[in-house]
Design a protein around this ligand. Structure first.
Ligand code: MOS
Length: 710
């Protein structure tokens, strides 16, 4: 037995230094296996069949012919599938999108609704049989017409109150020297992560095992326990590597269908979604229409602020895209009103997508601020600094740190903002018009309860076990650094195991809360373990394990406005002959807590900003009114920014440790996209003199709108 000591001469802290991903070599060599790649003996393959009508009822699923096809084992549908419980409250406090509760009735609420699962010996046989399966429908008329002013729109809460109001808005608007009253729209957008959803379900000695690609194994396990009325100890969900999530990798049709089929066939069944199926089964960001009214004094101080947002949701699930949320944090005014409304249409259910609410909401709000800056003749950076609130504009609570001004000062300096000519449409370079724009960003800094176990081993190494999810963020590496510092050892002595619900309850990778929540639990367990280890004493062969649970610590946090902040800057060139907008450079400066791993943190922020370029200029899923489905539901028809669309992007941060977090973390997964599209749109105005209030700013829109020189 060797001795394990924590080493009283602590190495320099690992947190704050750049580390490549601990699983990076496995990923680039193919050793890392994703959910759809993991081999199982006796594996059967399921393929979902989706409705071809947008509304109606299933008349018949004609299984007889298909059951005679080579390799076909079963066809599950509403006529033979087991009933599941859908009337429960999951870990997120809401029932899941009923699209996941497959085959429970004959009603078709939207195009691309799952109507059957064909299971066969090979994926190819399942695919051929699924394509051959005849399903007949009773068609009913559908309504997918999303637009402002629908009489059936209504205010809805989601995870925040639907509406907030203070003061007399009309009176303050009437008394304002400058008023902006504008409507902004954003289109339907899709997560488009690289790895498709995939799950394998099997029963092993009375236990249900699901090997999946998701954003939280204990979350998915909890949903399956409730849906299938199982004992919590009877379900294990694993998800070791995840090729992107962005909010979409929750409980979906594929896990539930795989569990049903594995139960019926008593053998492992895998269901992988195709890219096309993902466009109707895995959520999306709803389109929004947003109306903003701002009233200000001559010097730009806000007297009135109104932000109303409308999003669409399905007839089966009420999902709120809370786009008026940022206005509740960013700017105060004597009269202040925010409202989130939804309208239920015959469309798939939208869901959380990277910075839900903040991404579309910040586009409208920060574009409106830019319009106000123009009206007032105040520099856009200065306008924001003049409107810095001392307390939460709606909550009245103090801010636990608000370093927005520091972000703007540092960003303006590095971007070269000083001396910018405020006049639009005056800088020309050949056939291109040039412009610069800026916008503010914010995102809530939250944490979810988590448990962790840290074990000291006899060989001097340590193992951390926590049901964390690394959905590409670098969470596994960040937790390695955090554990190393708490143990006062070098990171190479720490192994972090994640993605297994058997490791105990832990919050999901969502809301930019993952790494912060898990780091808190890992730190608590590691520090206690360090206290328990006696320098020079032997560690027994079974090791010494300490467990932590952060539930009480989080419950004791004082109520405050807790957020990250950021300042976005963009420079664009607009081709007056083609209408094409190219982003030339972008800079984001963030105050987002202590940065654990600068290497992967920069990737997160640059990734978010790239999403902002994509949102501003490219992404738009278009529904066909005749079929109710999407045109081009694939990555050829749905364009996301590629290398050729993305210039040099710089992301950096100011010192901003969270004083109430044991590591100082706030979370960085989402703030990069917030305000990014507005910065680009504001730069397009500066280049062309035309306000583009509908995203994406496509070439045809630029040409049609014209402007000086376009
Ligand atoms: Mo995210 S939309 O919090 O996964």
């Amino acid at each position: 037995m060797t001795t394990a000591t924590t080493g009283r001469t602590a190495p320099a802290g690992a947190v704050g230094t750049a580390h490549p991903r601990v699983e990076g070599r496995d990923k680039v060599t193919g050793a890392a296996r994703y959910a759809g790649d993991i081999p199982f003996a006796d594996l059967a393959h399921g393929r979902l069949v989706l409705s071809t009508v947008a509304r109606g009822r299933i008349r018949a699923v004609e299984t007889a012919d298909v059951l005679g096809m080579p390799g076909v084992l079963a066809v599950l549908h509403h006529g033979n599938a087991p009933r599941v419980d859908t009337d429960y409250t999951g870990m997120l406090g809401v029932p899941p999108d009923p699209t996941a509760a497959v085959f429970q009735h004959d009603r078709i609420p939207h195009a691309g609704w799952p109507v059957a699962l064909v299971v066969a010996e090979t994926p190819e046989q399942a695919r051929e049989a699924a394509e051959a399966l005849v399903v007949t429908y009773e068609r009913q008329p559908h309504d997918i017409a999303f637009r402002a002013g629908r009489p059936d729109a209504y205010p809805a809460d989601g995870h925040m109150p639907a509406a907030t109001e203070k003061g007399d808005l009309e009176a303050e608007l009437a008394a304002s020297a400058h008023v902006v009253d504008a409507e902004y729209t954003t289109p339907e957008e899709h997560h488009a992560m690289m790895e498709p959803h995939a799950a394998t379900a099997l029963w092993d000695g009375g236990r249900l095992e699901v090997v999946d690609s998701n954003q939280g194994t204990t979350w998915i396990a909890d949903e399956l326990v409730k849906m299938f009325s199982l004992e919590p100890s009877a379900v294990r969900v694993r998800s070791e590597h995840v090729g992107g999530g962005f909010g979409s990798k929750g409980l979906r049709a594929h896990q539930v269908a795989a569990v049903m089929a594995a139960t019926a066939l008593r053998r492992p069944v895998r269901v992988v979604l195709t890219r096309r199926q993902m466009f109707s089964l895995t959520g999306y960001r709803s389109p929004t229409t947003q109306r903003i009214r701002l009233g200000a004094d001559a010097d730009g101080r806000l007297r009135a602020l109104e932000h109303r947002s409308l999003n669409q949701t399905s007839t089966v699930w009420e999902f709120v895209e809370p786009s008026s949320g940022p206005a509740r944090v960013m700017y105060d005014a004597d009269a202040h009103r925010t409202v989130n409304e939804v309208v239920r249409l015959d469309v798939p259910s939208p869901t959380w997508m990277r910075a839900p609410g903040e991404a579309p909401g910040s586009f409208a709000l920060e574009a409106a601020l830019d319009e106000l800056a123009e009206r007032c003749g105040v520099d856009p950076v200065e306008l924001r600094l003049r409107n810095e609130p001392g307390r939460g504009p709606v909550s009245g609570l103090p801010f636990a740190g608000r370093n927005l001004a520091a972000c703007f000062r540092e960003g303006a300096r590095r971007f070269g903002w000083a001396g910018r000519d405020p006049r639009p449409g005056v800088r020309r370079e050949g056939r291109r018009l040039l412009g610069t724009g800026t916008a503010a960003a914010s995102f809530p800094a939250g944490a979810l309860p988590a448990t962790a176990a840290v074990t000291a081993q006899a060989d001097g190494t340590f193992t951390v076990r926590i049901a964390a999810a690394d959905i590409g963020t670098g969470a596994r590496t960040a937790l390695t650094l955090v554990a190393a510092d708490a143990l006062r050892v070098a990171p190479d002595r720490v192994r972090v195991r994640i993605g297994d619900s058997d490791f105990g309850p832990a919050g999901l990778a969502g809301g930019s809360m993952g790494t912060r929540s898990w780091a808190w639990a890992v730190t608590a367990a590691a520090e206690e373990l360090r206290d328990r280890l006696v320098p020079g004493a032997a560690v027994p062969p079974e090791g010494i394990t300490v467990r932590s649970d952060t539930t009480a610590a989080l419950g004791a946090l004082a109520q405050q406005e807790r957020h990250s902040f950021g300042a976005q800057f963009a420079e664009v060139a607009v081709d007056v002959t083609t209408g094409e907008v190219r982003v030339r450079r972008m800079l984001g400066i963030f105050a987002a807590g202590r940065i654990v791993n600068p290497l992967t943190a920069r990737s997160q922020l640059v990734g978010g900003m790239t999403w902002g370029i994509s949102m501003a200029l490219h992404e738009e899923a278009v529904r066909d009114h005749a079929s109710g489905g999407l045109y081009g539901a694939d990555l050829a028809g749905y364009h996301i920014a590629t290398h050729a669309d993305v210039p040099a992007i710089e992301a950096d941060w100011v010192d901003d440790p969270d004083p109430d977090d044991p590591v100082g973390i706030k979370g960085i997964g989402e703030i990069g996209v917030v305000g990014a599209a507005a910065a680009v749109a504001n730069a397009v105005w500066h280049a062309t003199g035309v306000r583009h209030r509908s995203l994406p700013i496509r070439p045809d829109r630029v040409l049609r709108a014209g402007g000086p020189g376009v």
